[in-house]
Design a protein around this ligand. Structure first.
Ligand code: SF4
Length: 404
């Protein structure tokens, strides 16, 4: 059951309510470098990012924003562009009206908008600009930049209690209160709930699950969910997936980001692919045909089936830009590539189309299954090419718009 939240229109995308969980990502180029930032936005959008955030950290970045947006519009990119502000957002938005107008949403970190009286004044300034330009805001609390005055105050109050909470529980409370107090201040300033998105990111899986559960139990604002500072490689992927899977399963999350540290030279768009795979493997949204393949074991005597799984995966990646226009519903296709007779025929029968390769003691033949029935048997050196040809024919026959 999805947690009930307000719908929020962010440029061309609506999140919250019953809208699909949207994928977002963030560039890591200097925003002032218009060429590089635009190129990375294109990369992220082509990978499937439905919202893209860029940092707006100084005057040069603020001046670049309208040119980046202009270029996106000129090339037909309707993906909402979000500005990420810290410390000086009130000044940049006030002094750069074109920037304020070009962005589709502002991210405000209430821990980084100043202290004492300046805190509320700076925060309200940004919200007033958002109201003036009819933009939504994300109040993005991060435990690495949590409002220390609030945390200290809550720790003090807690220490006077008969049964004080643990410092970790006070930390959760401070995260949630920082988000909710800021949302209250935003509403008092005139921003409506359908223009507010909240996030409370932490870097530990159990922490982020707990803090979002508390937040979701206390409000109906749309929620941006993610594990901050997730890390690199498998650690980042697994930690993010573990945290987001628990929350999504509980209906918490209207938009997600997987904040991976890229491997040197790796594509920034990996974080988008990770979000897609997470949503698809959880059965929440489908994006591309999925391949089920076995891990292999001593019954296989070569990496032949691994190669076949990779070839099919690469084939899908290459063809998807064309298929996604040509074949509606192609994202729901299930393919099986299996290593031997033990689970091969069974798994292949459960897929729309599957192939079971011969194990080392089996006859050198590879039965192909379509809709649960044996369709043909392949043998010889050209099994990969022949299977890919059968796959292409299957897709053409079953997903063409003109198949009726
Ligand atoms: S299907 Fe066959 S090759 Fe694959 S893991 Fe199972 S027993 Fe091993």
């Amino acid at each position: 059951m999805r947690h009930q939240t307000h719908q929020v229109q962010i440029g061309s995308v609506t999140i919250g309510g019953t809208n699909p969980v949207a994928i977002q990502s963030m560039t890591n180029t200097p925003t002032a470098d218009i060429e590089a930032t635009y190129a990375q936005i294109v990369e992220l959008v082509q990978a499937g990012s439905e919202l893209v955030r860029i940092t707006v950290n100084d005057q040069e970045a603020a001046k670049a924003v309208p040119f980046i947006k202009e270029r996106m519009v000129a090339h037909g990119l309707k993906t909402p562009l979000i500005g990420d502000f810290h410390y000086n957002g009130h000044t940049l938005l006030r002094n750069h009206t074109d920037c304020a107008q070009s962005l589709d949403k502002y991210r405000i970190n209430p821990g980084n908008v100043g202290t004492k009286e300046a805190h509320d004044y700076n925060f309200r300034t940004m919200v007033e600009i958002a109201i003036k330009h009819q933009k939504p805001v994300r109040i993005g609390v991060n435990w690495g930049s949590l409002d220390q005055e609030l945390f200290t105050k809550l720790m003090d109050v807690n220490s006077w209690q008969k049964s004080p909470l643990s410092s970790q529980e006070v930390l959760y409370e401070a995260m949630v209160q920082s988000a909710l107090n800021s949302a209250e201040l935003a509403e008092k300033t005139g921003l409506t709930p359908d223009k507010i998105v909240l996030s409370v990111k932490m870097s530990d899986v159990q922490d982020v699950v707990k803090v979002y559960q508390i937040l979701a139990s206390r409000c109906h604002y749309a929620l941006h969910v993610g594990l901050t500072e997730a890390g690199q490689g498998a650690k980042g992927l697994i930690a993010s997936s573990a945290a987001l899977a628990i929350l999504l399963q509980q209906g918490i999350g209207d938009t997600i980001r997987i904040s991976l540290t890229p491997e040197p030279g790796a594509a920034r768009a990996r974080e988008v692919e990770a979000c897609q795979l997470l949503l698809q493997t959880m059965g929440i949204r489908n994006f591309r045909p999925l391949i089920s393949s076995c891990p292999g074991c001593g019954r296989t005597d070569s990496d032949f089936y691994q190669q076949l799984a990779k070839q099919i995966n690469d084939h899908i990646s290459e063809k998807m830009p064309e298929w996604s226009h040509k074949y509606p519903g192609i994202e729901n296709l299930k393919i099986a590539v299996m290593g031997c007779i033990v689970n091969g025929p069974g798994e292949s029968r459960h897929a729309d189309i599957g192939i079971s390769l011969p194990g080392k003691t089996e006859a050198p033949i590879a039965p192909v299954y379509v809709h649960g029935r044996q369709y043909t048997v392949l043998k010889g050196q050209n099994i990969p090419q022949e299977f890919i040809q059968i796959l292409d024919e299957y897709i053409s026959q079953n997903y063409s718009i003109s198949k009726d």
